[in-house]
Design a binder for this molecule. Structure first.
Ligand SMILES: *Cc1c(COP(=O)(O)O)cnc(C)c1O
Length: 570
């Protein structure tokens, strides 16, 4: 019984993503984008939305991060066995790269919900005998290699993905592109939608753009122009794809370079940014297109610590399937919520002691900061004025950091080293630890185990941010710059605290860091530290604010229902 065929009985939404993070054992993600994709798929399974997801196998993963004592990042390839998690399907497909055929096979992974839903995820793989050695390596490294490698990967994802779905017999009603990496799927669809009467194929009227865009949904994730993938047309002519004439591709993808975001915009009937502000920024970046906003979420059960799960199960049964029920958080007695939080904190501190030998004090207000190390996230901002920080926080604050930098992001790597230098300057008077190899498993320990979750990106560069939502599920209030989702989630002193001014900009302007730094210190000193040590009842009410007014809404269940009604059913 070839039981994967069961999945081909109903028509499905095909969800394409270059990275998918389902668990740390399957290292096919780098950060927020991949974790969002994984959380989306899990909620889809919970809600029994008919979906099939497509990604690449990434046999060597992203990388495992090791940090030297000075904070220099060492990158190690990750090896893992797809065989331990997935089943290799017996059917292959082909794409053309540089005029030769490249064979693609797919591995099937099933995301199973306790509620009974199952979503198949196809991991595409070119490591097949018969392919050139170099082609066999094309599905090894997530975001590795040069621009040509990237182009080939995107051909495999977009075109190979669409073809394998069709070869396997899937009936696809919508194609959802999670970021522009999969935009080539539109060209594959277009190549099957030529007007039969057309004489000149380089005439746009020869192609039925409408019937393609009717089936495509596109989610853009970056507010920064330079963050969108671009390929020179000489590279496209050399490598591919050559499914439709280059003149047509230029009309759809831009005159100078093929911009994958433009391609997706031109061939999707529904386009969205990942938070309200990000929708606005994207609209300014791409005038002429209608850009909606569906705010990201996190998967409730995946990101809630076992301590909180036990508590919610007791007082708010059904919360994991219907996170809206968390509005009833006030049913949880204060002491029990506090005890559950202390459990998560002890677990994190135990991990810190076991891995680094450092002992953290469970009675000290602990600030968490963990995310990809990119300069716009300003991981070292808290250390701007060491004297001031010592004056405010000596004996009252401790910090837990983590985060990888992209291997090619030198400034991001320097940022990690800068943080290490600042820690030396503090001379142990305030404890700071930078944990190695931030991944989903570490995030699951780290986020619930701190008392506040700090985020201070340069506005408006944080499209959404999702780690703050993970904090909310664990009753950890956010202390964050008003950007991304936090603009929607923030109620001062009720769900957490803001840093810096109101978010008025709608383009990428240079912002005044000083104002943010001043506010960061001032609020720690005047509000956060006094509340934590002096008014436990108020503190717990803010923890409940995070759960009842943030977590109940900012989750992938709510998000998925919006995609279904606003994008998939249109
Ligand atoms: C949630 C998560 C992220 C995203 O964090 P942001 O705050 O949204 O940048 C990145 N990496 C890992 C491992 C995560 O779990």
């Amino acid at each position: 019984m070839k039981d994967w065929r069961l999945f081909t009985r109903d028509s499905r939404i095909a969800y394409f993503s270059m990275e998918i993070g389902l668990s740390s054992d399957i290292p096919t993600y780098s950060g927020g984008l991949g974790v969002l994709a994984g959380d989306t798929i899990k909620s889809t399974a919970d809600l029994k939305v008919p979906m099939v997801a497509v990604t690449l196998l990434h046999r060597k993963g992203f990388f495992r991060q090791e940090l030297t004592a000075e904070g220099a990042q060492r990158e190690h390839a990750v090896s893992w066995n797809p065989e331990s998690f997935m089943e290799r399907l017996p059917i292959k497909t082909l794409v053309t790269i540089e005029d030769r055929d490249v064979k693609i096979q797919a591995w099937l992974y099933r995301v199973k919900s306790p509620a009974g839903g199952v979503v198949p995820v196809l991991f595409l793989d070119t490591d097949i005998p018969g392919n050139l050695d170099s082609d066999r390596r094309l599905t090894d490294h997530l975001y590795g290699g040069d621009l040509e490698y990237r182009l080939k990967q995107e051909i495999i994802l977009g075109i190979g993905g669409a073809r394998i779905l069709s070869t396997l017999g899937f009936d696809i009603r919508k194609y959802h592109m999670n970021e522009g990496h999969a935009s080539f799927l539109t060209l594959e669809l277009l190549s099957h939608n030529r007007n039969p009467e057309a004489k000149h194929l380089d005439d746009p009227n020869a192609w039925d753009l409408k019937s393609v865009s009717k089936r495509c949904v596109f989610t853009t994730h970056t507010p920064v122009e330079a963050g969108h993938d671009r390929f020179p047309y000489e590279m496209i002519e050399k490598i591919g794809p050559s499914l439709v004439p280059i003149e047509i591709i230029k009309k759809l993808g831009g005159d100078d370079m093929l911009n994958m975001t433009m391609l997706a915009l031109n061939l999707s009937h529904y386009v969205n940014g990942v938070a309200k502000k990000h929708g606005e920024i994207s609209q300014a970046l791409f005038p002429g297109f209608e850009i909606h906003a569906i705010t990201n979420g996190v998967h409730p059960f995946t990101w809630t610590s076992p301590y909180m799960v036990a508590l919610y199960d007791r007082y708010i049964p059904g919360w994991a399937h219907e996170p809206e029920l968390l509005v009833r958080v006030d049913n949880i007695p204060d002491e029990e919520l506090w005890d559950a939080h202390c459990g998560a904190k002890a677990l994190l501190f135990q991990y810190i002691e076991e891995t680094t030998g450092q002992r953290f004090d469970p009675d000290v207000l602990t600030v968490g900061f963990a995310r990809r190390s990119a300069t716009y996230k300003r991981g070292d901002m808290i250390f701007t004025d060491i004297e001031r920080l010592l004056k405010i926080g000596e004996g009252k604050l401790q910090f837990v950091f983590a985060g990888k930098s992209h291997p090619k992001d030198e400034p991001g790597k320097e940022l990690i080293q800068k943080i290490h230098e600042r820690v030396v300057e503090l001379g142990g008077r305030i404890k700071v630890i930078y944990l190695q190899n931030y991944d989903m498993e570490l995030a699951y320990k780290l986020i619930p185990g701190v008392d506040i979750w700090l985020n201070n990106p340069m506005r408006p560069r944080e499209a959404s941010g999702t780690s703050g939502m993970k904090a909310a599920f664990n009753g950890v209030p956010n202390f964050s710059v008003l950007d991304g989702w936090w603009i929607e989630g923030h109620i001062e002193n009720v769900t957490g605290w803001s840093i810096g001014p109101a978010p008025t900009e709608s383009t990428l302007v240079e912002i005044n860091s000083e104002e943010d730094v001043r506010d960061l210190y001032q609020k720690l000193e005047d509000v956060i530290i006094p509340t934590y040590y002096g008014d436990r009842k108020k503190w717990i009410s803010i923890m409940k604010g995070a759960i009842g007014k943030n977590a109940y809404y900012f989750n992938t269940h709510v998000m998925m229902r919006r995609y279904v009604t606003e994008a998939y059913l249109r």
